[in-house]
Design a protein around this ligand. Structure first.
Ligand code: PHE
Length: 415
């Protein structure tokens, strides 16, 4: 029967206890905003690729990076986590943060999910661009689907380290010969034992210069940048790049030196490399002053026509067609039990029933009844249509539908 299976990217999957994708989320697959020529994500991607292609060319002056941007977002747990050395019990595998098709498949949570396969296919320099899916809070900066660009670059000792010119000595090695250890503990960020200090230094300089150049090219020469140590199971050491924008430090990417174990598993020998991943929406919102992440999904010509420029380097600031008013409604309910209820399930449900007219959902009050011990949550839902004024009656219809669905699916008792 149809309800036992679910169709994703043209394939049927048997539902199980991990299944939490829904029709609303699946409807985003295939939009390919990053490949739509008049889209701000397309222009942002193009500008970032220009930086990479300019910096890394072969002897004939051709770009070395292969761009892969049409991989479907359906991946295996193996690709999204295992291949990347994410420990089996790591919290990021959680059902509350990911869209699972079933226990073996999910919608990729990051473009890193393709690193292993592309490395195994023999690519040394590649960029992956694609839509990624994460269950998250709801506000102007979070949407359950967004776009990432991932870059991976490998080097042989010959490519990375010059011969020891001064001393006339032999070329330094990139590998120590010590075994690769796999993911480090989250609180250590020391270089990998498998890497020589020269390799780590050269990779770090190259990686940081490249990414900092991308930031200053797009955000302006004077943009202040800082490197913050970070943790990813698939790179070590790892960093995040933050830039000072309008007086605030904003994280714009994650990166690091690829775990040697990942390269070994992919069959890559005698090479070392770096990788980075960034969210295109983050960059595009800053670049074009786009105030709300939902706008990227608009099919409205008032939006798309603003980005009809041939040259992606065109400087442009988004003009709000008009600001329609917000409509705010609260909903309060008793939880079935505090242990089985998860706010992310409610956020998802609101998104599913309310669609894109939901601008924000926040937990505004939580309280435990002194006698019954039951917990009550109050959520404030802010509704705003991006292209018209909503009437209170239109909002009420949606708000009631949310209450009814929450009652039926999450077993809450609306107060
Ligand atoms: N995949 C990481 C994320 O989504 C970003 C990343 C990519 C970090 C590659 C390091 C190397 O947050």
């Amino acid at each position: 029967p149809a309800n036992k299976t679910i169709t994703v990217c043209g394939k049927d999957f048997v539902r199980d206890r991990m299944t939490n994708v829904n029709a609303k989320i699946l409807s985003h697959i295939g939009r390919a905003l990053h490949r739509q020529k008049d889209h701000p994500l397309y222009h942002t991607k193009t500008r970032l690729l220009q930086c990479l292609h300019q910096r890394y060319q072969n002897r004939r002056g051709n770009p070395v990076f292969t761009v892969v941007e049409d991989l479907p977002p359906l991946v295996t747990v193996q690709q999204n986590f295992d291949q990347l050395l994410v420990p089996p019990d790591h919290v990021c595998r959680n059902k509350r943060d990911n869209y699972y098709v079933n226990r073996r498949h999910l919608l990729r949570a990051h473009t890193s999910a393709h690193q292993g396969d592309l490395l195994a296919s023999g690519l040394d320099n590649f960029v992956i661009v694609g839509d990624v899916y994460r269950r998250d809070e709801i506000d102007a900066f979070h949407y359950p689907v967004f776009h990432q660009m991932e870059g991976v670059k490998l080097y042989t000792a010959e490519e990375l380290l010059p011969e020891d010119a001064g001393t006339g000595g032999p070329r330094p090695q990139v590998l120590t010969g010590l075994p690769s250890t796999g993911a480090c503990a989250p609180d250590t960020n020391a270089p990998q034992a498998a890497h020589t200090p020269q390799a780590v230094a050269a990779l770090t300089t190259d990686l940081q210069q490249c990414l900092q150049a991308m930031a200053t090219t797009l955000f302006g020469e004077k943009t202040q940048c800082r490197w913050v140590p970070a943790y990813f199971p698939f790179t070590q050491p790892s960093w995040e790049l933050e830039v000072l924008l309008d007086g605030r430090w904003v994280e714009i990417l994650g990166c690091g030196i690829v775990q040697q174990r990942i390269l070994e598993t992919a069959g890559v020998k005698a090479k070392v490399g770096w990788a980075f991943g960034l969210g295109l929406e983050r960059w595009a919102m800053k670049l074009y002053d786009i105030p709300d992440i939902r706008i990227f999904w608009s099919r409205d010509s008032g939006f798309l026509s603003q980005f009809k420029f041939e040259d992606s380097n065109t400087l442009y600031k988004y003009k709000r067609v008009s600001a329609y008013p917000q409509c705010t409604n609260d909903i309060s309910f008793w939880l079935p039990s505090a242990a089985t209820f998860d706010s992310n399930d409610f956020y998802d449900l609101v998104r599913q029933v309310g669609g894109d007219i939901v601008e924000q959902v926040s937990l505004v009050d939580e309280f435990k009844h002194p006698k019954t011990g039951r917990t009550s949550h109050c959520y404030r839902i802010v509704y705003r249509h991006m292209e018209k004024t909503l009437t209170q009656e239109e909002v009420n219809v949606v708000h009631r539908a949310i209450a009814a669905t929450a009652t039926a699916e999450l077993a809450v008792t609306v107060r």
